[in-house]
Design a protein around this ligand. Structure first.
Ligand SMILES: [Fe+2]
Ligand SMILES: [Fe+2]
Length: 221
């Protein structure tokens, strides 16, 4: 079966990721390079493993994580849907079964909170892993130099660390974030994370778990 290791050495995939990053840099969005994609891929695989997923599901979650943002090479708007369709044909061309490629398409096509929903286990872990990646290294240097007041940049710039943890006895998936409150207030997080967090809650519920948000070790959700 195809693995992320092969995708990381695949010229066509790397070109799509490069153009994704070019587009989002031009639009002033946070970093979406192989750093973000590798992290989401690892976290999606880890989460699938921790909730008891099969080797097949773990590998599919990793693939979905690595490919989930390539639709940005087409357009930011509807990037989940265009990325899902792109991933489907790329994977079929590389020998994946049409059924598995369709599962990947469904997961990727539903990772964005505007139009998506958690409708499969692979898709649900992808949503949680993607939303968990808030980190100061994702803010572009240009945004730091001009010290613009964009709330997304401020919130990312304040994030020292974030990770997902799973409690199987309590059936809880927790997003833990450590923030520097000198840069961003907890209220800033609520403001931009409100819709994201309800999306995470729906994703966790699909997996049979509750969702919890902890900021600076304080349980907020
Ligand atoms: Fe995305
Ligand atoms: Fe993403």
């Amino acid at each position: 079966m195809l693995t992320v290791k092969e995708l990381k050495n695949d010229r066509e995939i790397l070109d799509l990721i490069a153009v994704t990053e070019q587009n989002l840099e031009a639009l002033g969005y946070t970093e979406h390079s192989t750093r973000h994609l590798s992290i989401v891929s690892n976290w999606a695989g880890d989460l699938m493993r921790e909730i008891g997923g099969s080797e097949y599901e773990i590998n599919m979650a990793e693939l979905a994580g690595f490919l989930h943002d390539i639709g940005n090479a087409v357009n930011r708007s509807m990037h989940a849907q265009s990325g899902g369709v792109l991933a489907y044909s790329l994977m079929v061309q590389r020998g994946m079964s049409t059924r598995d490629a369709a599962e990947l398409m469904l997961a990727i096509g539903n990772h964005d909170e505007k139009h998506g929903s958690p409708v499969s286990r692979i898709g649900a872990v992808l949503i949680l892993a993607d939303k968990a990646d808030v980190h100061k290294s994702r803010v572009r240097k240009s945004a730091i130099i001009t010290d613009n007041n964009d709330i997304h940049d401020r919130v990312n710039r304040a994030a020292e660390r974030s990770f997902l943890s799973v409690e199987n006895t309590e059936k809880t998936i927790t997003l833990n974030i450590t923030i520097d409150t000198e840069i961003s207030s907890v209220m800033d997080y609520f403001e931009i994370y409100f819709s994201r967090m309800s999306f995470c809650r729906r994703a966790a519920a699909f997996l049979g778990y509750k969702f919890s948000l902890k900021i600076n070790n304080v349980v907020l959700l």
